[in-house]
Write a protein that binds this ligand. Structure first.
Ligand SMILES: O=C(O)CCC(=O)C(=O)O
Ligand SMILES: [Fe+2]
Length: 292
């Protein structure tokens, strides 16, 4: 089935509805060419110097990859912390956590001649599979035009509807994302996908950002990859997304810090739908349990 496509004027609610129904959706032209070009310029030296360090069976032999994106490209903040991304991630993830984190951010440049990556789910590191609860949302930004020929991300639409402990989707049934530079392909952590083969003589340049529930361990250690002196340069919302805040301020608080840190966000972002939690372990509970 084809990957659905929406325009940048789309209501985030429609993006969410389409994403939840199909497992993926492209939103075309979500950022302008100047922003994309500035990010590419910042990423270039690191991609050239270290891009092939992560070669492997899964990552490919002809694919440049770097994970320290914000350390080398401060302008990528505009993509990581984009309002549409946050609006969509809020709807998908906040029913299941107080706040969520950037699990990984990876600039991925598929070079000419690269073979197709194996189709996979990004949520495989987590050994849980609960119907209806998404652990992650992925956002692939096209930093140049994506085509089926140059390695545009392949998606098995509808594959998120199957619990992996039950059966596999038909993995021959993929569609490759075709999207102009500056577009975003949203997909779920449970959606089967993978990079396509690059059969052209040009490069396919993307930035893929995965956001995961706030009580899960992040795939890439963001505190060491983006230490406080780097993280402190960004706005509080992005610092919180990196993990420089607690998960909740109540009794399901995780990751708290005693002492100072320039990047720390004292009050974690809190969504109204999370209110009503944190009601366990109060002084009233203790009194009632003591028969008072
Ligand atoms: O580069 C792409 O199109 C997808 C890469 C991917 O899914 C991954 O490495 O997990
Ligand atoms: Fe992936």
């Amino acid at each position: 089935m084809p990957i659905p496509v929406l325009q940048n004027t789309a209501d985030p609610a429609d993006v969410v509805a389409t994403l939840m129904r199909e497992g993926a959706v492209v939103v075309e032209n979500l950022v302008d060419a100047e922003t994309v070009d500035a990010v590419c310029q910042e990423l270039r030296p690191e991609l050239d110097a270290k891009g092939l360090d992560q070669q492997g069976a899964f990552n490919g032999a002809l694919t440049n990859r770097i994970s320290n994106v914000l350390a080398v490209s401060p302008k990528a903040a505009a993509l990581l912390d984009h309002d549409m991304v946050v609006s969509v991630a809020n709807e998908v993830l906040l029913p299941y956590c107080a706040n969520y984190r950037i699990s990984s951010m990876t600039a991925i440049e598929v070079l000419p001649g690269e073979a197709a990556q194996a189709l996979h789910r990004d949520d495989t590191p987590y050994p849980i599979d609960i119907a209806g609860m998404e652990l992650q949302i992925g956002v692939m930004w096209s930093l140049n035009d994506f085509t089926p020929e140059n390695g545009g991300t392949r998606i098995v639409t509808g594959s998120h509807r199957l619990l992996r402990s039950w059966h596999l989707p038909d993995l021959k049934n993929w569609d490759a994302a075709a999207m102009p530079k500056g577009s975003a392909l949203f997909y779920l952590g449970s959606t089967w996908h993978g990079a396509g083969a690059n059969e052209t003589d040009g490069r396919r340049m993307g930035l893929i950002n995965v956001y995961s529930l706030g009580w899960l361990r992040q795939e890439v250690n963001q505190y060491l990859t983006h230490p406080p002196e780097i993280a402190a340069k960004f706005a509080p919302r992005l610092r919180a997304l990196l993990g420089y805040t607690t998960h909740s301020n109540g009794d399901d608080q995780l990751g708290h810090l005693r002492g100072g840190c320039a990047a720390w966000v004292k009050d974690p972002p809190e969504d109204p739908r999370y209110k009503g939690r944190n009601a366990v372990g109060t002084a009233e509970d203790a009194a009632a349990q003591s028969g008072l």
